[in-house]
Write a protein that binds this ligand. Structure first.
Ligand SMILES: Nc1ncnc2c1ncn2[C@@H]1O[C@H](COP(=O)(O)OP(=O)(O)O)[C@@H](O)[C@H]1O
Ligand SMILES: [Mg+2]
Length: 249
């Protein structure tokens, strides 16, 4: 059974905007999937359907065979969403408190909460910052804190909405390396981006949305000749060298 199954998903906002138009999609456990598309193509709306933050106008999303609409709490345990605007996601007084917030709401024991916080901070290279107030962190550290908060919930799937937006070069590198590590550790990653340069070399699949429709679904390198007509720029390494190179090289 695929980990994520989406059938005929359509989302119409109250003002009539059709943000998703009949999406059919399955994702296997362990995949690293990029979702690209111009602004307004429906990327964020699609991510928000994975853990039940939005209700479909029609169609169904299943995680591990169970409908998200029927059991949104279950979907939220399996799908962690890292929002584009990290400041909306960070709520704790200190870095460690912030990471503890999610596990505390799971009703775990003190010791289990502490273990999860320690592991998530370590995985995101934030142990030394544990006692700092989050507003003192750099952009890359804040993004990693948001990821740590999600990781502490131990989801199988981590969805990242534009994880590189507003990051400087060291910030992009640190976040990208942590994403690669999470994938290597067995997490299924779903990543939206309008900027393929940073991450295309590491993904095993590229989906392209255009006006709410899924128009391309293929290996990233196999898509390169077809993406510009959908408002996505070819990565520089492909444009000038004919292949996808890691941003970390
Ligand atoms: N709350 C909302 N109400 C009405 N329209 C919305 C809302 N949120 C997004 N949209 C519209 O839905 C479409 C898809 O938006 P979104 O999923 O945010 O795209 P992307 O993340 O690809 O930029 C756009 O036309 C956008 O303007
Ligand atoms: Mg968006």
């Amino acid at each position: 059974m695929p980990l994520i199954e989406i059938e005929h998903l359509t989302h119409r906002f109250a003002d009539g905007t059709c943000a998703l138009d009949g999406i059919d999609l399955t994702v296997e456990a362990g995949a690293f999937v990029l979702i690209a598309g111009a602004n307004g193509s429906g990327k964020t709306t699609l991510l928000r359907h994975l853990n039940g933050l939005l209700h479909a106008s029609s169609g169904v999303v299943r995680i591990d065979g169970v409908s998200v609409a029927k059991d949104p709490a279950r979907a939220r345990r399996r799908v962690g969403l890292v929002f584009q605007d990290v400041d909306t996601q960070i709520v704790g007084e200190t870095v460690a408190d912030d990471v503890a917030f999610g596990p505390e709401n799971l009703g775990l024991s003190r010791a289990d909460i502490q273990d999860r916080v320690t592991a998530a901070l370590d995985a995101m290279d934030l142990t030394a910052a544990a006692d700092l107030p989050p507003h003192l962190l750099s952009g890359g550290q804040k993004r990693r804190l948001a990821i740590a908060g999600v990781l502490a919930m131990d989801p199988r799937i981590i969805a990242f909405d534009e994880p590189f937006s507003n990051l400087d070069h060291p910030g992009v590198r640190s976040v990208l390396q942590r994403m690669i590590d999470l994938h290597a550790a067995g997490k299924t990653l779903i990543v939206t981006t309008h900027d393929l340069d940073k991450v295309a070399a590491h993904a095993d699949r590229l989906l392209v949305l255009d006006h709410g429709r899924l128009v391309i679904d293929d290996y990233p390198v196999a898509c390169m000749g077809r993406i510009e007509r959908h408002g996505i720029r070819q990565p520089c390494s492909y444009r000038f060298g004919g292949k996808l190179e890691s941003w970390l090289n």
